[in-house]
Design a protein around this ligand. Sequence first.
Ligand SMILES: Cc1ccc2c(c1)c1c3c(c(C)cc1n2CCCN)C(=O)NC3=O
Length: 278
Amino acid sequence: MAVFKPENVEDFYEIGEVLGSGHFGQVRQVRERSTGIYWAGKFLKIRKNTCSRLGLVRSCVEKEVEILQAVQHPNIVTLKDVFESRAEVVLILELVSGGELFDFIAAKENLLESEAIEFMTQILEGLGFMHSKNIGHFDLKPENIMLSDKVAAQPNIKLIDFGLAHHFHQGEEYKSTSGTPQYIAPEVINSEPLSTAADMWSIAVITYILLSGLSPFQGETDEETLRNISIMNYAFPAQYFSTTSSMVKDFIQKLLVKIPSERMTAEECLLHPWIKPI
Ligand SMILES: Cc1ccc2c(c1)c1c3c(c(C)cc1n2CCCN)C(=O)NC3=O
């Protein structure tokens, strides 16, 4: 069992404003007392016993910590420390102060394809690194793609939130039905064994939204969205894609492939003519 620091996190960090919250607990800005540096504290409620339904099972938190410790990359958020009290584990994470990628884009009139290529290149570099270590994110969505500094000329992308990530070991089969409907691959819906290719489907959905503002499979309800994914019901409506290149449509089409092994990998994406013009 992983051992986390038993000291009180507040002896080392001043707890600040809430940055976000979810089923897991809260993310708060924290200030390191010894240096004055700001970090993000992810406060995770841990189940007190197996009968409890509140909070996370400790082994899930250990898995997230192990994965974060295995993926140190400029486009992936860094884990600095882990504290544990009676029923709470606190991850001290790199503060990514530029906020979510899609808030950044929403604030602009529209995104040039060249800007989209820059963002996708960084996302694919971080993801390709994870996949090279046989780690899948399995919750790629705009909310989990953050910017280190939104005022920089070329903001740096950081992938965050590894709560659904999985480290594949040799010969192991892994299934999960978690994720956000709009972004999940058909094999997730069908409870089939997953691979890192499931992330590549999400990359296609994110690219489609980045360039059009539309979500390719979104229906009136989650059920309709999931049905659209299962039957591959999507298109490139002219009024939203008239100014986008045929190259990016080819990029998306080579990822929205039902058979996971036939999708482009992150490495192949980085060599695709849309990303790397010949
Ligand atoms: C400035 C800002 C605002 C909201 C933040 C974060 C930072 C943030 C961060 C992290 C996570 C897991 C969630 C976060 N959230 C919650 C929303 C994430 N989509 C994180 O790991 N580092 C962050 O800065």
